[in-house]
Design a protein around this ligand. Structure first.
Ligand code: NDP
Length: 314
């Protein structure tokens, strides 16, 4: 195994990771960034991004991430393909292993590994990816103005996404597998009071139909006494069954909440370990936006530089 030393290691290549790399390279930290499994992160799975400030006409998600990457490279960030597979954060400097082949010893570590939206695991979700299947209503809801959409899930996210979509779509079905919603009472009430939302309890989505894009969902309604299979015409299928933060390799060293999101000192990207920062969705179960991720990536790089300077490591 080869070993390499760096002042600043960034793991993850979404808006948080790339923005951290832009700031860290402009501060002469010569950051090293490993892209992880999905170079460019979640935004590369959506089509158009219309809410990232500075693009009045919107921008393709992959293009936006390419641009952020180029901007980081312009100032000297060393961006590499590779997945962090384990780490030892017992004390500084921190050790991170890349695919069991390389060991990086880092004075500061910026964790920007993001979160992955959960899918049901139906082959049709892949078949219709970007053609009517989405796991982000704020990103893609706008394309369903006056159309019919379905949201899967019964938690706070599903209720929030359904409420958001109801302001755009003509009709929203909420597909809930149990006979009750798990969401908080206030969110449930919003759903019940909304004439555009219809809750389908005891329902499971088992497939999608459509020629070019999604035109319908195959449903199974199961109660104690009966089972009914039918198809419901829809234009968009939204998953809201939770996100899984990509924090597995850090859990032995860093505090997480009960879902697994990294805990940071409120208002900062600082974790409980000096010189270790968490930016973007990996530490944010609430906002989960590209612009908020970019913002915390910037903050992490600024704090990393301050830490290096204060500890005579620059
Ligand atoms: P949750 O885990 O709370 O809810 C997931 C929902 O998806 C549940 O209804 C669950 O059903 C359903 N589900 C899971 N897997 C499947 C499946 N395979 N098929 C069908 N349905 C499935 O996740 P959320 O993302 O909603 O929330 C995560 C956390 O973030 C929560 O603590 C929540 O309170 C919080 N949050 C808070 C918000 C706010 O306060 N504004 C907004 C959004 C999230 P079942 O109930 O049957 O298990």
């Amino acid at each position: 195994m080869t070993t390499e030393k760096t002042k600043c290691l960034i793991i993850g290549s979404g808006p948080a990771g790339y923005t951290a790399a832009i700031y860290a390279s402009r501060a002469n930290l010569s950051p090293l960034l490993y892209e992880g499994l999905q170079p460019g992160g979640q935004l590369t799975t959506t089509t158009e991004v219309e809410n990232f400030p500075g693009y009045p006409e919107g921008i393709d998600g992959t293009q936006l991430m390419d641009d952020l990457r180029k901007q980081a490279e312009r100032f000297g960030a060393d961006i590499r393909t590779g997945l962090a597979t384990s780490c030892n954060l017992e004390k500084a400097p921190y050790h991170v292993i890349i695919e069991d082949e390389k060991e990086i010893i880092a004075d500061t570590l910026i964790i920007a590994t993001g979160a992955t939206a959960k899918y049901l695991g139906l082959p049709d979700e892949t078949k219709y990816a970007g053609q009517g299947v989405s796991a982000c209503a704020t990103c893609d809801g706008f394309f369903y103005r006056k159309k019919i959409v379905a949201v899967v899930g019964g938690g706070d996210t599903a209720c929030e996404e359904a409420t958001y979509l109801s302001s755009l779509a003509a009709k929203v079905y909420l597909i809930v597998r149990k006979d009750y919603l798990r969401a908080s009472k206030i969110m449930q009430q919003r759903i019940i009071d909304n004439p555009k939302i219809e809750v389908l309890y005891n329902h499971n989505a088992v497939g999608l139909v459509g020629e070019k894009g999604v035109e319908g969902v195959k449903l199974v309604e199961k109660t104690a006494t009966a089972e009914r299979n039918y198809e419901l015409p829809i234009d968009g299928f939204f998953l809201a069954i939770g996100h899984k933060p990509n924090t597995e390799i850090f859990k032995a060293y860093l505090e997480t909440d009960q879902v697994g999101y990294l805990k940071t000192i409120p208002g900062t990207p600082k974790t409980q370990l000096p010189g270790v920062f968490a930016a973007g969705d990996v530490a944010d179960s609430h906002y989960r936006q590209a612009i908020t991720a970019a913002g915390t990536g910037c903050m992490a790089a600024i704090d990393a530089e301050k830490y290096l300077s204060e500890n005579g490591l620059l």
